[in-house]
Design a protein around this ligand. Structure first.
Ligand code: CA
Length: 230
């Protein structure tokens, strides 16, 4: 079945350029010209991936992203940011975007990322472990949640993928490079710094005091070691 991609973007030329290329690659493309319409389509038309501009009429991209994650929409979201929107990128990742690409971008690069994110989703469908428990923590891979004591935290699709990778390699040192290859699916993107940001967010969900690592340990100059359940 064709994968459906929703483009939420107010620059019509950019949409038609993207649509042309995505059509050619065999995707089903739908689009919205403002944040409100985008949100509606994201909820009603069940796309497999969203390309989301930040500066949009009615509701901006950050709002749309936050709202979708709030409603447990876990599909990959790639933010399209303009130069100078560095702050927004960070906020975007914090509120649950999986990735971002800075305009002007090459279509080739964008297509590579779309493919990588969809491949990740597919891998998840194939071998979905359901729940992993350790101490008082429960990671629910089906519903994208971490439950701990009375608390419950939502996970983004990227966080789920990172945790799956950690669980599969628990006790081992995993390098950032290996994570980039296995989880992001391409070698040069994103910066290793981005991984560290995601880890920081995950720690906050897995433990009370994120300052002192309890399950995800940093291994200096290498990467990380996950010790949950060991
Ligand atoms: Ca715009």
């Amino acid at each position: 079945m064709k994968k459906k991609i929703l483009i939420i973007e107010d620059e019509k030329e950019l949409i038609s350029g993207l649509k042309l290329n995505l059509d050619f690659e065999g995707y089903d493309v739908i689009w919205a010209l403002d944040g409100e319409e985008g949100l509606n389509k994201a909820l009603k038309e069940a796309p497999d991936l969203i390309l989301l501009d930040i500066m949009l009429p009615k509701r901006d991209g950050l709002e749309v992203c936050r709202e979708l994650r709030g409603q447990n929409v876990t599909i990959p979201i790639i933010m399209l940011t303009a130069k100078g929107e560095e702050v927004d990128k960070v906020v975007g990742l914090e509120i649950g975007a999986d990735d971002y690409i800075t305009k002007p971008f090459s279509v080739k690069e964008l297509l590579a990322r779309v493919k990588a994110h969809l491949r990740r989703e597919k891998r998840e469908e194939k071998d979905t472990p359901s729940v992993y428990r350790f101490d008082d923590v429960e990671i629910d891979f089906i519903h994208f949640k971490v439950k701990r004591k009375e608390k419950e935290f939502d996970l983004t699709s990227l966080e789920v993928e990172i945790l799956k990778y950690f669980v599969a390699h628990r006790g081992e040192v995993v390098t950032r490079e290996a994570m980039l290859n296995e989880i992001w699916g391409y070698e040069r993107y994103p910066s290793t710094r981005t991984i560290d940001n995601h880890i920081l967010k995950l720690r906050k969900k897995l433990q009370d005091d994120p300052a002192k690592a309890k399950y995800i340990f940093s291994v200096y100059g290498e990467g990380y070691r996950f010790m949950g359940g060991l």
